[in-house]
Design a protein around this ligand. Structure first.
Ligand SMILES: Nc1ncnc2c1ncn2[C@@H]1O[C@H](COP(=O)(O)OP(=O)(O)O)[C@@H](O)[C@H]1O
Ligand SMILES: [Mg+2]
Length: 245
């Protein structure tokens, strides 16, 4: 009979695997950034004129490279959260500024599907890690757009809730099956109908959960199949001052 492997050697295997993933992801990120930046340079046509077929193929390379790049960033972030290595640096910001930036970031994607993005934002301060909260909003808004039909509307609400800020992103998209609602925050989980739609890393909401929880907040999701989805999260802050003039 095989001797049972010690806890120590299992832990070694685990950290080896983690290290392997981290090294691979970094290598891939560097290689991909060359692919992306050289495709961008070629597409400017400063190095020579492209014919239409060459242009279309290069655009495919760029699109694929950029998608892979964001998947790798997700893998690295997810790994950092799991290892407790993700650092949150909280400062005070105007909530409106954060929301405007988040909407700007997804505006071209929304435009490409003719989706209107509305916002209702209280004039208060938020105490958070600016880029990480933008990452959360970007992912949730991105999902909203990804899983909605062209011409629909997405609403971003950000209200002062007495002990910080409550964010809500409401869409009119395909919705999530009730049995999947608790699973979408787990890694690689994709729900019913949306499985057949656009592919992402499947890590987005798991990363959002990690970032929100590192801020001391909560994240949850409500949905009606065929009607739409609402993703809510809180960012507690020590002192929230109204910035209303
Ligand atoms: N707004 C939404 N409408 C419908 N389904 C959603 C929405 N947001 C998330 N989901 C479901 O949750 C899954 C996990 O989301 P996420 O973690 O961001 O991964 P990804 O976007 O890479 O698939 C999605 O694949 C989809 O099935
Ligand atoms: Mg996503």
């Amino acid at each position: 009979m095989e001797p049972s492997r010690s806890v120590e050697s299992k832990r070694d295997d685990y950290s080896l695997r983690e290290e392997f993933i981290a090294v691979m992801a970094h290598e891939m990120k560097n290689t991909l950034s060359s692919i992306v930046s050289f495709s961008e340079i070629l597409l400017t046509q400063k190095l020579g004129k492209l014919n239409d077929r060459q242009k279309v193929r290069l655009e495919h390379i760029l699109e694929g490279g950029s998608r892979l790049n964001s998947m790798i960033i997700d893998v690295l972030d997810f790994q950092k959260i799991g290892l407790g290595q993700l650092r949150i640096e909280k400062r005070k910001y105007e909530l409106e500024e954060v929301c405007q930036e988040a909407i700007l970031d997804i505006s071209s994607l929304a435009d490409s599907k003719n989706i209107t993005v509305n916002a209702h934002v209280d004039q208060v301060e938020i105490y958070c890690d600016y880029f990480r909260i933008l990452q959360v909003l970007n992912n949730i808004l991105n999902n909203g757009i990804k899983f909605s039909d062209t011409g629909s509307t997405i609403t971003l609400n950000a209200f002062s809730d007495g002990n910080g800020v409550l964010f809500e992103v409401v869409d009119e998209g395909v919705g999530i099956e009730e049995s999947d609602l608790n699973k979408v925050f787990q890694k690689f989980k994709q729900s019913g109908i949306s499985k057949s739609l656009e592919k992402g890393s499947g890590l987005g909401l798991a990363i959002c959960k990690g970032i929100v929880e590192l801020h001391g907040g909560k994240i949850w999701i409500e949905s009606n199949m065929g009607r739409g989805t609402k993703v809510s999260f809180t960012v507690p802050g020590r002192k929230i001052f109204s910035t209303k003039k």
